[in-house]
Design a protein around this ligand. Structure first.
Ligand code: PMP
Length: 427
């Protein structure tokens, strides 16, 4: 029995499913989750010291690789000052200034402890600001696990066939309207009918929780237009895309100005962090400036701020995102070529530092229904064959993949060699 198997057995006795976040359990791909002992650069090491080239990157934050020495040092330097004070610190303002500078659509920002908190708070703010209850989201987009947003959700909720979670009161869920991602007419029709009741649209500007689906031309523009016309708040959930698809996030990449933005992952450098921010006029409604309540014992935690600031420093170096995209381009082109050679119907999609792999004969995958028609069995076989070869992909077919700036050409070549073997084995 591998050490991971032993640890998984032990964990399952005291932790539901043996994990603290469902997708980690390998339930959809089958088999035993790999228990990680440590990580360095582009590599994970399991409890038996097997090395894996990592394309999950802790689901996004590790954009400069694991254990970035600058991030570790920043945390070590802060540690001796004490870990949490529950009172304001100078470093929180430094972080807020940095975020506002990197994402100019954010004029004021509030730090929280996770992406879930960020989106939950942004939704409450949009409702409080507009005095309306209804919100619009898109099927297959995941915005964390707060009640209003667990309706037709993506990521683990989708993987486990529970996009509408028990425990979310129907009376609340009925205020969440779910539309079809990339379907412009669907959005316009909804707003024609009830636009004046809609508090906000929340959207992943590149969907990364039903694999990787970029917006079709005109989709994000349409969201901006209908929100302007009907006085609804446009929220870009950039928890995943922020600082990854471009330094200024998807809003810079596609040049669309949301009213509010939610962030997470990269801004914490691997520590538990989220943030929501945007127009001053809207953010002024948050307590204690305004009546919409939101708070957090550990929010703006100094260690988390130090880690996040050090990571943001690393990614603002010239050409960082250009070089990151070039790595993704090489990986995706190589995977497609390997699949072609093996005669496996397969495509990739990508934006900046994120990518998706699809077992399909379609030339592009633009929406939820098409993702659901991809070949899940082949994905699962491919996942395990890659794992065997020492390549760690997201353990579910509805997740995006992430490359870091420290993935070398050699890492990518090794990955492609593994992929050639894996594609050849597929039935
Ligand atoms: N929004 C998006 C777009 C996400 O990808 C995620 C998590 N993957 C979240 C929100 C929730 O973030 P967290 O897991 O930190 O609560």
């Amino acid at each position: 029995m591998s050490t991971s198997e032993q640890l998984f057995n032990k964990a399952q006795a005291v932790i539901p499913g043996g994990v603290n976040s469902p997708v980690r359990a390998f339930k959809s791909v089958g088999g035993t989750p790999v228990f990680i002992k440590r990580a360095q650069g582009a590599y994970l090491y399991d409890e038996d010291d097997k090395q894996y080239i990592d394309y999950v990157g802790s689901w996004g934050p590790m954009i400069t690789g694991h254990a970035n020495p600058k991030v570790l040092q920043a945390v070590k330097d802060r540690l001796d000052y004490g870990m949490s004070f529950g009172a304001p610190t100078a470093i929180e303002t430094t972080m807020a200034e940095r975020i506002c500078e990197l994402m100019p659509n954010i004029e004021m920002v509030r730090m929280v402890n996770s992406g879930t908190e960020a989106t939950m708070s942004a939704i409450r703010l949009a409702r409080g600001y507009t005095g309306r209850d209804k919100i619009v989201k898109f099927e297959g987009c995941y915005h964390g696990h707060s009640d209003s947003l667990l309706v037709k959700a993506g990521s683990g909720a989708l993987t486990f066939g529970e996009p509408n979670s028990p425990g979310v009161p129907a009376a609340l869920a009925e205020h969440t309207i779910t539309l079809t991602y990339n379907d412009i007419e669907n959005v316009r029709e909804c707003f024609r009918q009830i636009g004046d009741q809609i508090a906000c649209i929340i959207v992943e500007p590149v969907a990364g929780n039903m694999n990787c689906i970029p917006p079709v031309p005109g989709f994000l523009e349409c969201l901006r237009e209908v929100c302007d016309e009907f006085g609804s708040v446009l929220i870009f959930d950039e928890v995943m895309t922020g600082f990854r698809v471009a330094l200024g996030g998807a809003q810079a990449h596609f040049n669309i100005k949301p009213d509010l933005t939610t962030l997470g992952k990269i801004i914490g450098g691997g520590m538990p962090v989220g943030a929501f921010g945007g127009k001053k006029e809207i953010m002024s409604h948050i307590s204690p400036l305004g009546p919409v309540y939101q708070a957090g014992t550990l929010s703006g935690n100094p260690l988390a701020m130090a880690a996040g600031l050090a990571l943001l420093d690393s990614i603002t170096e010239p050409d960082f995102h250009k070089e990151l995209s070039a790595k993704v381009d090489k990986l995706c082109a190589g995977l497609e070529e390997a699949a072609r050679e093996a005669g496996v119907p397969f495509i990739t999609q990508k934006v900046g530092g994120m990518f998706g792999i699809f077992f399909t004969d379609k030339p592009a995958i633009n929406g939820f229904a098409e993702v659901m028609n991809c070949n899940l069995d082949q994905f699962n076989q491919f996942f395990h064959a890659m794992l065997e070869e020492g390549v760690y992909l997201a353990p579910a077919s509805y997740e995006a993949g992430f490359v870091s700036s420290v993935h070398t050409d050699e890492d990518l070549d090794k990955t492609l060699a593994a992929a050639r073997k894996a594609f050849a084995k597929l039935s």
